[in-house]
Design a protein around this ligand. Structure first.
Ligand code: 4AD
Ligand code: MG
Length: 458
């Protein structure tokens, strides 16, 4: 249906074949008798090396221009590529003034690229990040499909706050343009008859679908009006969420999480290598290698984690926040657990009930819930998951103690009353996964067009 991409050409086409290449000029190196240009169509990290002997053909090639080149493929004597394109025809499809072009060849500051995010996919890093996202999402879908999960789509506009944390964006219709003709019409009416929000998590809807299809998953945008300006938080991010019925232990949920991530690590290895080469940071690769080759990732209860943290704090006083049972783990604690104590990914399980959302299943001790956070080196929390409270009476109590309106969650409670089954699942932050694999330090560079408090371009 379509001509081959440069990636397809390079892997499927034999030497001396006449080919046509469509792409953008990434760099031009002019020598006395020959010009070398790198042409990329974004299909691979490297693009293709074009060799132009004819000086007048070479003259029209400038950085950033879109071009169509005709020629033959041959082995490249130069370093860095196996094949090259020996150019016979050049057509400039779209000119680009190299002096005014916002994407210059040298490394550009991250803030400058954020300001120009309509252009930044043209940089090597962001383009490779987008290819990594595609591979990772494909790997996750293959993994869940192979386990008999059904890929579903859940609502973006919702009536409930899944995490109950009050960080929802309100959805409002446009103000009526006509002035009100009657005093009672002054009050703006709710578009849906009641307040509407952008989803913070697909979990509750997935739970409903898991009572029919047993195993479901989705990769969906999530929206959070949190004001944390950290390198791990976005206002709009993507989450892989899986939910399945007839599971009764957190350990099983950890095992599926671990299996999914290990699969992604193995399938995205070539991308990780590109990033490590580009940045010279092989330490990231070592971490990924350790995670891949560890047979079973460590499981550590919250209680034990706090005990370890407290022991270390007593001897070294290294933390800003004192660790204590009942208090949330701060990111300095999370990173110490993964980087120093375990030196690899660690599932911290069974947090105190007061620290977690209403839907998590209460443990027999009455103080903790059957949940986990997966913490990984150099990132912190990558995944959160749990068994869900399937006992109606305990769910009612949890809604009450979290100060949530029972009538709003009526449909959710009904799932328990009619053929309820023990079930659970997890949510994996997609940009954090990309950050971990690529070594890109800020999730704002792990999505094409980032949004965070105070900033939304395009
Ligand atoms: O821990 P969270 O809040 O869990 C849930 O939303 C559950 N309902 C998921 C489930 O069990 N189905 O979010 C899950 C993950 C986090 O571990 C983190 O990786 C990511 O989503 N995440 C964010 N990523 C970027 N920006 C934010 N503001 C994020 N908030 C959470
Ligand atoms: Mg969490």
């Amino acid at each position: 249906l379509l001509p081959p991409t440069i990636r397809q050409l390079l892997s499927n086409t034999s030497n001396s074949a006449r080919v046509q290449v469509n792409g953008w000029v990434k760099s031009v190196r002019r020598q006395k008798n020959v010009t070398f240009a790198v042409i990329s169509d974004g299909s691979s990290a490297k693009g293709i090396q074009a060799v132009i002997q004819n000086g007048s053909l070479a003259k029209v090639l400038t950085n950033g221009a879109s071009v169509r080149l005709g020629g033959t493929l041959g082995d490249s004597p130069g370093k860095g590529q196996d094949k090259e394109l020996r150019v016979e025809e050049v057509e400039v499809v779209g000119e680009c003034d190299p002096a005014a072009y916002p994407i210059q060849k040298q490394a550009l500051p991250v803030d400058y690229l954020r300001d120009n995010c309509h252009f930044r996919a043209r940089t090597n890093t962001i383009a490779e990040m987008l290819r990594l996202r595609a591979t990772a999402s494909d790997a996750l879908q293959q993994f869940f499909n192979s386990l008999g999960f059904c890929y579903v789509h859940t609502p973006i506009i919702t009536s409930s706050d899944c995490e109950g944390a009050g960080e929802t964006f309100r959805v409002a219709p446009p103000e009526p343009s006509e002035p009100a003709t009657h005093p009672t019409e002054n009050k703006p009416s709710e578009f849906f008859g009641h307040p509407a929000y952008l989803t913070v998590s697909s979990q509750l809807h997935l739970e409903a679908l898991a009572t029919a299809l047993s195993r479901v998953y989705t990769i969906s945008p999530s929206f959070r009006a949190e004001r944390s300006l950290t390198n791990r938080h976005l206002s709009e991010f993507w989450m892989l969420e899986a939910e399945w019925s007839f599971t009764q232990s957190v350990n099983d949920i950890c095992a599926v999480t671990e299996g999914a991530i290990k699969d992604v690590l193995s399938k995205t290895q070539p991308h990780a290598q590109v990033f490590a080469q580009a940045t010279g940071r092989s330490r990231i690769l070592e971490h990924l290698q350790t995670a891949s080759s560890t047979p079973v990732w460590t499981r550590l209860s919250y209680g034990d984690a706090v005990a370890e943290l407290a022991k270390y704090h007593a001897s070294a006083r290294k933390f800003h926040f004192e660790p204590a049972w009942g208090k949330p783990l701060q990111s300095e604690h999370e990173r110490w657990l993964a980087e120093e104590l375990v030196k690899g990914p660690v599932f911290v399980t069974d947090y105190p009930v007061a620290l977690k959302p209403f839907y998590m299943r209460l443990n027999d001790d009455g103080k903790t819930v059957a949940c986990f956070d997966l913490l990984v080196p150099h990132l912190g929390e990558l995944v959160g998951g749990s068994l869900r409270e399937e006992r109606s009476n305990l769910l009612d109590k949890a809604l009450e103690s979290h100060g949530l309106d029972k009538t709003q969650y009526g449909w959710y409670s009904e799932l328990r009353k009619y053929g309820g089954a023990p079930h659970g699942g997890f949510g994996l932050g997609f940009e954090r996964l990309i950050s971990w694999i690529s070594g890109i330090e800020n999730v704002r560079e792990c999505i094409a067009m980032p949004r965070w408090a105070g900033r939304m371009l395009l």
